[in-house]
Design a protein around this ligand. Structure first.
Ligand SMILES: NC(=O)c1ccc[n+]([C@@H]2O[C@H](COP(=O)([O-])OP(=O)(O)OC[C@H]3O[C@@H](n4cnc5c(N)ncnc54)[C@H](O)[C@@H]3O)[C@@H](O)[C@H]2O)c1
Length: 441
């Protein structure tokens, strides 16, 4: 065990380590230090660490950079490269490492187990491990076995923040879920979030782990539902935006996650629904509703491609598509499992060329492997120049305010497929564009 020589913090102030400075670890560390705790954040990726050391945020997230800077300038937040170093003397260790999808759909836990074996010999006596990564049932037990430390308790604390509003969500979450068989440890973890005033759900570890997957499966199913209704609206000549108003005012339904679009994506919903199916299969139980949500989502992306094909005149041969938006949703630079990239890949496979613009991507990013199939431009106007169809795939508000009369003069063919229903269809019609939204005539 490593000896800690740093001073004890003030009463109520906890010494906390956060392992992983990604979309979850960064806001977690920033907000915990904002609440006055002494936080050490470990990140092994040199590029992310170097950006942090320059006082910047490695991810696009509203308010995060200011909060990180504040934590660093007051000395409450420091960054290190190694998780082993970060955990020395920490009372709580938050695991915020990636759990990507394996080939069979299940969650890949290798980053979790690697982090656990890395920190095990360096943990303080009686430390509490708080797992924020999204993991299958049984992972708390797996972590405890890898740690092999009878004095260390592991607690599940799933994270529900949304990218784009991660800081606000971490400051005032809708609820805090803590799962542990050791209720005293769970209560101590819950105390860390006391300032947020959020309701706390304390449960056993298995239920806590399942809560995260159930939440994401529900949200994915809701999105597939409204996308399916959008298709039905098109089939019968109804308007999905009015349909959303008509059902969303019902408090039992609500408006959240009721926006039709190109299909859901991002770093969580696709892998978490696949993982839930894998968990269910292993348990001999069929979650057909979740399987339906996944296949409905694949179908939605194919429907968007079909719309773009129609707008292109029925063929992609010698057609260039101007794509607006590459991130998986607005207000984030995250492109992991972005529907925009899935759709552009399908377009390229069908023979189209892609010119693309996204506010979080510059020509300097052109060598990123996920962008190999598109040509990136530094402005929307450049991207749409000479194109046969404009496909709006991410709901960045700035796309609403582009000068579409100028764009009318730049394109080879005036056609817009608005997969986010962002534009005023009457306006672009008047400028001479053909317009196709989702679930609108
Ligand atoms: N992104 C989201 O919106 C979100 C929301 C809720 C839950 N989650 C879950 O949280 C977890 C993390 O997601 P993310 O999006 O933050 O991932 P991420 O890939 O952005 O960040 C993980 C970071 O951990 C670092 N890391 C991995 N092992 C390490 C180690 N041993 N030492 C130091 N650093 C290490 C990686 O280099 C990476 O920077 C996943 O399980 C995810 O499903 C994500």
């Amino acid at each position: 065990m490593t000896t800690d020589r740093s001073p004890m913090p003030k009463a109520g102030v906890r010494r906390i380590a956060v392992v992983g400075a990604g979309y979850v670890g960064l806001p977690t560390a920033a907000v915990l230090s904002h609440h006055g705790h002494m936080v050490t954040l470990a990140e092994r990726d040199e590029r992310r660490l170097e950006i942090l050391r320059q006082g910047r945020s490695p991810i696009v997230e509203h308010g995060l950079e200011e909060m990180l800077k504040d934590g660093m300038s007051t000395g409450r937040l420091r960054t290190v490269r190694s998780a082993a170093e970060a955990v020395v003397g920490a009372e709580f260790v938050f695991l915020c490492v990636e759990t990507p999808q394996s080939a069979d759909g299940s969650a890949d836990l290798s980053f979790i187990t690697a982090a656990a074996s890395e920190i095990a010999p360096h943990l303080a006596d009686g430390a509490i491990i708080v797992n924020k990564s999204t993991v299958p049932v049984g992972t708390v037990g797996l972590i405890e076995r890898v740690l092999g430390r009878a004095d260390v308790v592991t607690v599940s604390n799933p994270e529900f923040l949304r990218e784009g509003t991660a800081v606000a969500d971490s400051l005032s979450p809708d609820r805090v879920v803590v799962g542990a068989d050791d209720r005293e440890a769970a209560a101590r973890v819950a105390e860390l979030f006391g300032d947020s005033g959020a309701p706390v759900v304390i449960t056993d570890a298995t239920t806590s782990e399942l809560i995260k997957y159930a939440s994401n499966a529900f949200l994915a199913t809701k999105l597939t539902f409204i996308n399916t209704m959008a298709g039905l609206c098109e089939a019968v000549g109804a308007d999905v935006l009015d349909l959303v108003l008509g059902i969303g005012y019902d408090k039992r339904i609500g408006f959240e996650f009721l926006r039709p679009g190109p299909g859901w994506g991002g770093s969580c919903l696709p892998k978490d629904t696949a993982a839930l199916v894998a968990i269910s299969n292993a348990a001999g139980y069929d979650v057909s509703i979740v399987r339906g949500a996944i296949s409905g989502n694949d179908e939605q992306m194919r429907r968007v491609v079909a719309k773009i094909a129609t707008a292109a005149g029925g063929t992609f041969r010698d057609r260039t598509i101007g794509v607006l938006g590459l991130s998986f949703k607005a207000n984030t630079g995250d492109r992991r499992d972005s529907p925009a990239l899935s759709i552009t890949k399908m377009l390229v496979a069908a023979g189209a060329s892609i010119r693309a613009f996204d506010p979080t991507v510059t020509t300097a990013d052109a060598d990123q492997p996920d962008l190999a199939h598109v040509t990136v431009f530094d402005s929307a106007y450049e991207a749409v120049t000479g194109t046969h169809v404009i496909a709006l795939l991410t709901e960045w508000q700035e796309f609403r305010w582009l000068d579409y009369s100028k764009i009318r003069g730049l394109v080879a063919n005036p056609a817009i497929v608005d997969a986010r229903n962002l534009l005023e269809s009457g306006l672009v019609h008047r400028l001479g564009f053909s317009y196709s939204g989702i679930g609108r005539s």
